[in-house]
Design a protein around this ligand. Structure first.
Ligand code: FES
Length: 107
């Protein structure tokens, strides 16, 4: 069974603004939009920079360095130069807190 761990408060994540949290030594970028709350591994698969420093728009997060966009729900790249998906983790909201199920880290 996948264990959910507390990542942050609901209030920590502003709509459309990436929010970086570290769960243990795992960097996570939290994003909230009108469709839900997402947790992705906070590292671009192209050149390993933090996605949390990028912009969120239309259901994706854009890497600030070369502009690849990753789908928030699936982690799949929607544009080059990245070709590999970013790992996405299940999220759950319980009261004022957001929980993330890290499971196995594949990054
Ligand atoms: S480092 Fe992210 S697209 Fe190049």
């Amino acid at each position: 069974m996948t264990e959910f761990v507390r990542a942050c408060s609901v209030a920590d994540i502003a709509d459309g603004k990436p929010f970086r949290v570290d769960i243990g030594d795992v960097p996570i970028v939290m994003v909230k939009d009108k469709h839900g709350t997402y947790a992705l591994y906070d590292e671009c698969t192209h050149a390993a920079v933090a996605l949390s420093e990028g912009d969120v728009d239309h259901g994706s997060i854009e890497c600030w360095l070369h502009g690849s966009r990753f789908d928030l729900a699936t982690g799949k790249p929607k544009s080059l130069p990245a070709t590999q998906p970013v790992q996405v983790f299940p999220t759950r909201i319980d009261g004022d807190d957001v929980f993330v199920a890290l499971g196995e880290i594949t990054a």
